[in-house]
Design a protein around this ligand. Structure first.
Ligand SMILES: C[S@@+](CC[C@H](N)C(=O)[O-])C[C@H]1O[C@@H](n2cnc3c(N)ncnc32)[C@H](O)[C@@H]1O
Ligand code: SF4
Length: 384
């Protein structure tokens, strides 16, 4: 489909993008997780990887002229794939696409499946960033979340990865889990501080409908944490991480100097990205589309796009605002005005007046910045 982006009022896009590769398999399903991931479907792995390579080849016929600036292999649990598969997938990408010289390649993994051999394989395949899920260092919380690993396994994995040579390692934790205490969070952070990590993602728990944890809370068997305790935990995490050199650059993301996630920054700056694999989402050249989330259908027709939408000037502006406000640096007003040939402060004065009067946002160095992160979602949704 040809889209004349100049006619829709959105500036033409560069010939570069990020690549997301989705691996939907897990050893078991965590009680809070609503991501497109399955436990017990490992028999599908060979066919799935074959379909993924077919999709990569077919997408390269359409977008092979674009430079790939970052790759993120996410899931699910990519490290659950047996030895050799990740190399095979990356070889398909390298054969069909041109990668930038300083490319960041991340793989997500869980401690129980990240063996020494797999870590060595990833290192040899030029993967230079690991994102490893711990969630909590407390055994009871890990049990409630049905995590398939212990804290000790996490520690061992980090040490092995560092011995192999990985110098950019991120850990995921979750805050606001029912039964969790401030003391648990302290222990979890202290453990992370002892391991010389470069990046930490601290996600506030989202109780996703259709998950066992949601049902436990809805049925009254488990009490949700009071909102003020959740806020206290978040503030504690921000303060402690800052004291240990991890600077917040997005609501849930903290990095040591020079270690922000290139791949995620591209999303938040509304850069282009191609997503391959089950349920993957793409945004390239003004088009948004999603792949099927049905495993059998994907394996039969891996290149089929569903739900294709053409960007409009309205959606482009809204996304730029919503994504920009997630970052600590805020929305770049000057760039917004240049990209959309407008005056942001005038165009959105009907929302801004109230937010500025109530000191929920501020303008600093020509950037619009949220001042109260606890209600960031509510503030962001004011623009919708
Ligand atoms: C989808 S997982 C993939 C990585 C890997 N399988 C793992 O579990 O670590 C990526 C991260 O999303 C976060 N996550 C998933 N579901 C969540 C939820 N309902 N609320 C908050 N964070 C969630 C977890 O912190 C997890 O580490
Ligand atoms: S291991 Fe990760 S992707 Fe799999 S169910 Fe748990 S949180 Fe979700």
């Amino acid at each position: 489909m040809f889209v004349d982006l100049n006619k829709c009022g959105v500036k033409p896009y560069k010939n570069e993008m990020s690549l997301y590769i989705h691996i939907p398999f897990c050893v078991s399903k965590c009680t809070y997780c609503n991501f497109c991931s399955f436990a017990g479907k490992q028999d599908y792995i060979p066919q799935y990887v074959q379909a993924l390579c077919t999709e990569i080849e077919q997408k390269a016929q359409e977008f092979g002229y674009m430079l790939i600036t970052s790759i993120y292999i996410g899931g699910g649990t990519p490290s659950f794939l047996p030895l050799g598969y990740i190399t095979k997938i990356l070889d398909c990408v390298k054969q069909k696409f041109k990668l930038s010289n300083n490319i960041s390649i991340t793989i997500e993994g869980n401690p129980n499946s990240l063996t020494k051999e797999k870590l060595q394989e990833y290192y040899n395949a030029k993967i230079n960033r690991l994102s490893i899920g711990l969630q909590s260092a407390n055994a009871d919380v890990l049990k409630l979340l049905n995590r398939a690993h212990t804290t000790q396994e996490f520690i061992n994995t980090i040490k092995t990865a560092q011995e192999i040579g990985f110098k950019n390692i991120s850990a995921d934790i979750i805050i606001g889990v029912p039964t969790q205490t401030l003391e648990d969070i302290k222990q979890t952070l202290n453990l992370l501080f002892s391991l010389n990590l470069q990046h930490i993602s601290a996600y506030g728990l989202i109780l996703e409908p259709n998950t066992p944890l949601y049902r436990l809370v809805k049925s009254g068997k488990l009490s949700p944490l009071p909102e003020d305790l959740q806020n206290q935990m978040y503030d504690f995490v921000v303060k402690e991480l800052k004291q240990h050199g991890f600077i917040r650059y997005e609501i849930s993301n903290f990095a040591k100097q020079g270690f922000k996630s290139q791949h995620n920054i591209n999303y938040w700056q509304r850069g282009q990205y191609l997503g391959v694999g089950l349920d993957a989402y793409s945004f390239v050249k003004g088009l948004h589309w999603q792949n099927t989330n049905n495993l059998d259908k994907y394996i039969q027709q891996p290149n089929k796009k569903i739900k294709t939408e053409i960007e409009t000037i309205y959606t482009a502006k809204l996304e730029t605002i919503m994504l920009g406000l997630r970052m600590d640096s805020g929305l770049d007003i000057q760039k917004f005005n240049a990209d959309f040939n407008t005056d942001f402060l005038k165009e959105y004065s009907y929302v801004l007046e109230n937010l500025l009067n109530n000191k929920l946002v501020k303008i600093q160095n020509n950037h619009l910045i949220i001042t109260d992160q606890h209600i960031s979602n509510a503030i962001i949704s004011e623009f919708a």
